[in-house]
Design a protein around this ligand. Structure first.
Ligand SMILES: Cc1cc2nc3c(=O)[nH]c(=O)nc-3n(C[C@H](O)[C@H](O)[C@H](O)COP(=O)(O)O)c2cc1C
Length: 441
């Protein structure tokens, strides 16, 4: 995206002219402070000369060179803008500067993205749903080494074990046979898939050892004894709700905050009290309903693609936002090239169950068009993805995402490619500007 287009985008998010830095470097330093005299003292990010890293100074000289997270390594950035937010419940609970939670995205990210967000003052998350214990330990250690002192959210799935049903597995297999034949694949050969394991006692022991500041759950909560163990380890617990009933359940069963996941959201629906698709509401309707239904702070999630979405969510009653798809645009996201291409080309997304056996939102591709988007013969989550794995591998090798899960939310067309540090700062600054205009901040 060119400088002018990018500047236009930021203006739409609420930024105004009058930056302290020369216009020539506006595009690459959009998260830098405005002129101090135009804003109250505690309202801008301060960079003292002493703590500006050499690479940042080089960057100031060379406006066209993109700014990377690595350049922040070792440099201390004092963030005063955190005092701007009027609702401090989640800032204080999590120990963060901005009410922005980077969504955990299993299979799409690792520490690189999380570190950028943490350094910018948001809450970093690492998805544990598809990681072994060792991988989770390694990533946590790496995060802590690269973002010392920053809080971390470790995220887990809590789905019920799948019910193996041979009749359904065979029926699904038969639907896939023509595709296997088209690619010259033996439909009886299984390809190992990355496991989506539900949170259990052994993973809980790992959590007790790692002691992340926050643990988040998707698809409901684990059994009460595990919830207690996580709390006793000193972790705050948050979890996704897609209805007011689910939010009340989470409040009654030990959560410290509730993520209200609207139907616009990319990835799997966190629904757990019902499988009924008609219960699923958009973020605009869901957030105020959940905010009214419970006492706990609410984290709005789904379809929040820029600073306008952040500000709107806070006005709807959320105390913070959780953002996934917008972070997929960051160079640090670990996604396949067909997925990145789909993000950039702004394709349509749809709710589908044919890729994993569970409702999720992603880009429409061939398998969704031809067998879905919703099928009642698909095997239980996560078995359906194993059946598709050989086709996914083969198509990906040819550069195609025809049989792959390319999760993304409805706000994908709003995405801007920039490092996670910049994105987090731009979202926070833009939302603060918008809220100031409404007199709500
Ligand atoms: C690629 C992708 C992977 C995701 N994986 C997870 C996950 O592992 N755990 C989880 O709790 N949520 C996951 N989500 C859902 C997010 O937590 C969040 O609800 C969603 O991204 C918010 O909507 P948005 O994508 O419109 O910002 C995923 C979302 C995406 C886009």
């Amino acid at each position: 995206m060119g400088r002018e287009a990018r500047e236009r985008r930021f203006r739409r998010w609420g930024h105004q002219p009058g930056w302290v830095l020369p216009r020539a470097i506006f595009a690459t330093l959009a998260f830098f402070p405005k002129a101090p005299q135009k804003r109250p003292k505690a309202d801008f990010v301060t960079f003292s000369k002493a703590n500006l890293g050499g690479s940042i100074i080089r960057h100031l000289r060379d406006a066209n060179r993109p700014f990377t997270n690595a350049e922040f390594a070792g440099s201390e950035i004092s963030i005063e803008s955190q005092s701007m937010w009027t609702d401090r419940r989640l800032l204080d609970l999590f120990g963060i500067a901005h009410p922005i939670v980077q969504a955990p995205m299993a299979g799409a990210m690792d520490t690189a993205l999380a570190v950028g967000v943490a350094r910018a003052g948001g809450l970093a998350s690492l998805p544990g749903g598809m990681l072994s214990h060792e991988q989770l330990r390694d990533q946590t250690e790496k995060f802590r080494a690269e973002a010392p002192g920053k809080p971390l959210n470790l995220n887990f799935f809590t789905h019920k074990p799948p019910v193996h049903n041979n009749a359904r597995a065979n029926a699904w297999h038969n639907k896939l046979v023509p595709y296997y034949e088209e690619f010259g694949l033996d439909s009886n050969v299984q390809v190992p898939t990355r496991n989506r394991a539900a949170f259990d006692g052994t993973m809980c022991t790992v959590v007790e050892q790692l002691k992340p500041e926050i643990v988040s759950f998707h698809y409901g909560l684990p059994e009460a004894t595990l919830v207690k163990r996580v709390k006793d380890a000193g972790c705050k617990i948050i979890a996704s709700a897609t209805t007011s009933d689910e939010a009340r359940f989470l409040e009654d069963n030990g959560c410290h905050a509730v993520i209200a996941q609207g139907v616009e959201a990319g990835g799997h629906r966190g629904m757990f009290l019902s499988n009924e698709i008609t219960t699923q509401l958009g973020t605009f309707a869901l957030v105020p309903q959940i905010a009214d239904a419970i006492e706990l702070p609410v984290i709005a999630s789904g379809g929040i693609g820029d600073a306008r979405g952040v500000a709107a969510a806070l006005l709807l009653g959320a105390a913070a936002v959780q953002i996934g798809t917008a972070y997929l645009f960051c160079p640090e996201a670990k996604i396949t090239s067909p997925h990145r291409t789909a993000l950039k080309s702004g394709g349509a997304t749809v709710l589908t169950n044919v890729l994993t056996g569970r409702l999720a939102r992603g880009f429409v591709n061939r398998i969704i068009r031809e067998l879905g988007p919703i099928s009642d013969t698909v095997p239980d989550f996560p078995l359906a993805s194993a059946a598709l794995a050989p086709l996914h591998e083969k198509a990906q090798a040819g550069g195609s995402g025809d049989f792959s899960a390319m999760w993304a939310g409805e706000a994908a067309p709003l995405g801007i490619e920039m490092p996670a540090f910049e994105l987090t700062q731009a979202l926070a600054e833009g939302a603060q500007d918008l809220l100031r205009k409404t007199g709500k901040n």
